[in-house]
Design a protein around this ligand. Structure first.
Ligand code: 13P
Length: 341
């Protein structure tokens, strides 16, 4: 299969008008934080148990088309001896892999960050592909302050995303491009809109310079929201602000926009997605999810590290996946939270 055909096939397997992507790619320090919150030790065995449980959730493939895995998970096998990427694909869920190596300060731009991991990326992607990965994710992070992100921060982060995406496409791996404007702070929604517009403008400029084929990538942005120490905005306001920014910056060639949840609660993230899809009005892209916390949090709570809770945890995950699928059609309302399917 040619690289182009391979990329196209992966896009077709990932993108439709019902399903979204599950981000289960927490790095070791992040999954430790999540496990600490439920008093579970972050051992390799516990991580395997938890993530096998997520991927073997019956019917998950009805609502989830792709899963982003952490490097460790890509090489793990379930109790039945099945590699985890195969466990996902068994129900039509395409396995993907987080390939950035986390962030640190960007020298010369106080308050801005930059993500590591470009060196040796082509070789790593080659190895991940042999283990079953067909798409990848790279996250750049932008904090909002009175003076951040700086012009240097905008340019340097966009360059990283574009270089990563170009290497992925060369290897026949679909890149998820994730520029995340953080919710931290007390800024108003207008300030988030202003920054998100600058960020996405710089990112698509860099993607163009680096020859990235927009048809063969996915965008994973933040929604446009007020800072978490500000007020909470109603969903229709979030939807309107988010769609204005996306229309101004994201070319129609991008097949799908898959939002991150970024610290929104599970129900809030579903409600906002629903409002966005209700207000989409001929928007050219699919408007979907690639949630981590907003899909997993209830499942993690229900599990609590106990084998007897596995089924309840799977039900909790399936419920969030199903409600977000309804939100893709603009057919969700909060009353559904308390009803059984
Ligand atoms: P959240 O939905 O928890 O923000 O995670 C998405 C993600 O993959 C961040 O890189």
């Amino acid at each position: 299969m040619s690289t182009q055909t391979e990329l196209q096939q992966t896009i077709e397997d990932l993108v439709d008008d019902k399903r979204g992507i599950l981000a289960a790619d927490e790095s070791s320090p992040t999954i430790k934080k999540r496990f600490d919150a439920i008093n579970v030790e972050s051992t390799e065995a516990n991580r395997l148990t938890y993530r096998s449980m997520l991927l073997s959730t019956p019917e998950l493939g009805k609502y989830i088309s792709g899963v982003i895995l952490f490097e460790e998970t890509l090489g793990q096998e379930s109790e039945q001896g099945k590699p985890l990427p195969e466990l996902a694909w068994q129900q039509g869920i395409v396995p993907g892999i987080k390939v950035d190596k986390g962030k640190g300060p960007l020298p010369g731009a106080a308050g801005d960050f930059i993500t590591y991991g470009l060196d040796g990326l082509a070789e790593r992607l080659h190895a991940y592909k042999l283990l079953g990965a067909r798409f990848a994710k790279w996250r750049e992070v932008y904090a909002i302050t009175a003076s951040n992100p700086t012009q240097l921060g905008l340019t340097a982060n966009a360059e990283m995303l574009a270089r990563y995406a170009a290497v992925c496409q060369e290897q026949g791996i679909v890149p998820i491009v994730e520029p995340e404007v953080l919710m931290d702070g007390d800024h108003e929604i207008d300030r988030c809109a202003e920054v998100t517009e600058q960020v996405l403008h710089a990112v698509f400029h860099a993607l163009h310079l680096h020859g990235v084929k927009l048809e063969h990538m996915l965008l994973k942005p933040n929604m446009v929201l007020p800072g978490k120490d500000c007020r909470r905005a109603p969903a229709d306001e979030v939807a309107e602000a988010t769609l204005i920014v996306l229309r101004r910056t994201v070319p129609a060639a991008v097949p799908s926009i898959n939002f991150l949840s970024g610290g929104q609660g599970p129900e809030e993230a579903t409600e906002n997605l629903n409002a966005i899809n209700q207000a989409r009005n001929h928007a050219p892209w699919q408007l979907s999810i690639s949630y981590g916390r907003a899909l997993q949090q209830p499942a993690l709570q229900a599990w609590g590290g106990k084998a007897e809770n596995l089924e309840a945890a799977q039900e909790a995950l399936l419920k969030r996946a199903r409600l977000n699928s309804l939100a893709r059609e603009g057919k969700y309302h909060p009353g559904m939270e308390t009803k059984t399917p």
